[in-house]
Design a protein around this ligand. Sequence first.
Ligand SMILES: Nc1ncnc2c1ncn2[C@@H]1O[C@H](COP(=O)(O)OP(=O)(O)O)[C@@H](O)[C@H]1O
Ligand SMILES: [Mg+2]
Length: 237
Amino acid sequence: MKGLNFSDHIRRNPSVLCLEKVCFSWPSGMKVLDKCSFSIPREGLWMLVGPNGSGKSTLFRLISGMLKPTYGQIHCTLKPSLMFQNPDHQLLLPSCSSDLCLSLPKELTLQQRTKRIQEVLQQVDLGDIGSRPIHTLSGGQKQRLALAGALASDANLLLLDEPTALLDPASQKVVLNTVRKLCQGSSKRITALWITHRLEELQYCDGAARMEKGKVGPWLSGDLLMQRFKPLAGRRV
Ligand SMILES: Nc1ncnc2c1ncn2[C@@H]1O[C@H](COP(=O)(O)OP(=O)(O)O)[C@@H](O)[C@H]1O
Ligand SMILES: [Mg+2]
């Protein structure tokens, strides 16, 4: 970006999310992000891998606006929504539809609410579970309900923090395919940034990068990044 300021750079290189030299330190002085620069050029499913403590979850809190950078800039044209490993940490009300209601824009009429809830449940293949108590859902269904909540809030940037870490392989695949389908949708396309420690998930993404020591590396194909990590198979990356 030599000779260009950040706004000029954004104008010349349109992207849905762009970070420029973002630094973040906790009040203790511990530096977590260190001049972290990267951008997501277009919609799609993008994955990040990196060791524990490398700053991935902190990065998500910065992108979502929960934390402010101590230095640097974040430009985001999308509406973010965070999703965690454990869906029980974000599903609050007893039934599926009442929980989704919390995420809907306030101005909708009752009829519009009912219609929108049905639409978002269908988008995550949970068609007719609106009246079910949340505690009767499987872990994978709960994650898809959390996804439906993000869609209900009109978010179009999903920040998924190890969303399949607690799921069995079958549910993991369903959640991956659901997110991929949302990112490939023909009408309103969603962008997802997905943190994983499970290397096999990299084959589903449009691009993957390694996060290490507070910096995000270049985007590579999921297959290439998987190859690079193969010698470390069995270890968490
Ligand atoms: N609320 C917090 N207060 C102080 N330090 C924190 C807080 N949250 C995370 N950290 C520290 O910030 C560093 C990066 O954490 P995190 O972003 O969670 O990494 P990752 O998600 O890559 O495992 C870790 O050393 C962690 O202990
Ligand atoms: Mg984390």
